[in-house]
Write a protein that binds this ligand. Sequence first.
Ligand SMILES: Nc1ncnc2c1ncn2[C@@H]1O[C@H](COP(=O)(O)OP(=O)(O)OP(=O)(O)O)[C@@H](O)[C@H]1O
Length: 307
Amino acid sequence: MAAPDLPGFTPGTVVTGASQGGQYKIQSLIGRGANGNVYLVRTANGQQAALKAGPEKPELKAEVEMLVELKKRELENGIRRSFLLDADRFVTNGRSIPFYVMKFVRGIPIDAYIRKYGYRQVGPAGLELLDKLSGLHRAGFIFGDLKPCHVLVEESGEVELVDYGGASPVGSSVKQYSGWYDRKYWNAGSRTADPGYDLFAFAVLCLHVFDERSLRRLDASLLPQTRSAEDLVQLAGKIPALQTFEPWFKRALYGGFTTSKEAYMQWQALCRRYPADRRKGASKLLIAAFCSSLLLLGAVLYAAFSL
Ligand SMILES: Nc1ncnc2c1ncn2[C@@H]1O[C@H](COP(=O)(O)OP(=O)(O)OP(=O)(O)O)[C@@H](O)[C@H]1O
């Protein structure tokens, strides 16, 4: 269920943090999540950012605490570029509303991105995603609720995870998950947070993006107790566009990776065997076609004038 409207969070309002004084001017509502609403804002130095605010709820509090902890561990690991920019409270109309500010991701969900730019984009986008997951795992967390709407891809190809509400410390219980992406749903492992949980979800995400109909059919044909990783491995083997990555899917679905770095390395190696980047290929083709038509036009004009 989406969060309710927040009084005072209208375009033009300046949200001021009660303890740290950060100021954010609301531009528009981006969307509503279960734990709060996400707004596009402008910071005091003119940058765009995303601000999530919601009623006082333990889930939103946990989301902020997780992001604060992640930022701390990233700083310890020398990673300066953090997703979390600020976390504070806004006092308005006698109410104190918790909020946090994060990087604004100008991207589209990974499934829409692959449909828009061609199936070969799964190679580089997958690699970027595995890199992000690997950083998160090194910091001691798993993402948990990995699904297309939580993986946004920017025009540049950069991948960003949004909605850390399902992130859980390694070793704890995964607190937020979604049907197909959950390995327990497929009787393929527990809901204890480990890197393999996210890798399994990424494998199912690919099956969903590339052959939703077969995945749906498979799911409908099985009883809860008969679902298995084997069924997903077989499905992966039948999708021609994913054939290059078949050994990777097998390992991820059977829980064969010890770390996400290992998964990243194997994906990277398989990418080298993957046909060339369509986006670049397509633009090269367009340039070649444009140049040929110019040459043809020149030849026709030359022939016409020399007659
Ligand atoms: N940093 C961000 N930059 C751009 N868009 C964002 C950002 N964070 C969230 N969004 C978008 O805002 C909307 C609400 O996001 P939010 O993460 O709160 O919830 P959700 O993922 O839609 O739902 P739920 O929390 O119920 O799983 C989504 O459309 C999401 O893509």
